[in-house]
Design a binder for this molecule. Structure first.
Ligand code: BTN
Length: 236
């Protein structure tokens, strides 16, 4: 059963902030905060997420029953949901997933996920470029419209995303992280990667997704390094 309750805003600061507030006030799992526009959309690592009308901005409140030490695994659940959605809208394109949770179409970022968790809850914030994509960002980017050159309505996009998210949520609840990890690996952006950390940049080749969700890089000297957090760029 999908217990979604959609709260639609014309405009808000950040749907993640709204969903976190609701979580703190005891709201049940399944709340979806959806906004047509955000004034203070947030991305990973404290960056802003420019949020004009025309793209999808939503945050889903989940209350998984198991230990939330592993809540980072839910970003892979959300990435798989976005991957299914894009496969459906852009069947001719190649969709890949770049660690930890960027969704790329032909190498260009089309969506991002911001996961936040608290006592017994996870908020999965999803931004998907539907009509617009920023010109100047850290990574090359694109939108559904730029790829499909067709008018795309937000409501069916949101509905399909929520359906797919729930399917993968049922999988992780029933079978744990293993099937999520394997499905993510099937779509992973492999090959040479460089990882920008606060103090250094590490270059290597994609080796694996760790069982804890970390990125395992193979370095030039043959050693392996597990990365828990960082900005990942494709190529050398
Ligand atoms: C990233 O940096 O790649 C993650 C971007 C996540 C943006 C979404 S838009 C909906 C939700 N509300 C926010 O303020 N951020 C997330």
């Amino acid at each position: 059963m999908k217990p979604y309750r959609i709260q639609r805003h014309e405009i808000t600061d950040s749907t993640n902030d709204d969903a976190k507030k609701a979580a703190g006030a005891g709201e049940a799992e399944g709340l979806v905060v959806w906004a047509l526009e955000q004034k203070a959309g947030r991305g990973r690592h404290g960056r802003s997420w420019i949020s004009p009308q025309g793209n999808l901005y939503c945050s889903i409140l989940l209350r998984p029953s198991h230990e939330l030490q592993t809540f980072g695994q839910y970003s892979f659940v959300a990435a798989l949901a976005l991957c299914d959605l894009i496969d459906n809208f852009l069947p001719q394109s190649s969709v890949t997933l770049k660690w930890p949770n960027d969704v790329l179409v032909d190498g260009k970022k089309i969506g991002g996920i911001l996961l936040e968790a608290g006592d017994g809850w996870v908020v999965v914030g999803i931004g998907l470029n539907v009509l617009h994509h920023p010109d100047e960002v850290l990574y090359p980017s694109t939108s559904l419209y730029a790829e499909a050159m067709d008018q795309i309505e937000l409501v069916p996009v949101l509905e399909m995303l929520l359906d797919s998210l729930w399917r993968w949520y049922e999988v992780i609840k029933a079978e744990g992280f293993t099937p999520i990890r394997l499905a993510w690996l099937e779509h992973a952006e492999k090959g040479p990667l460089s990882v920008r950390l606060p103090q250094e940049t590490i270059k290597g080749t994609f080796k694996d997704l760790g069982k804890d969700g970390s990125l395992i890089l193979l370095l030039a000297d043959g050693s392996e390094r597990a990365i828990a957090s960082g900005d990942v760029f494709t190529g050398t």
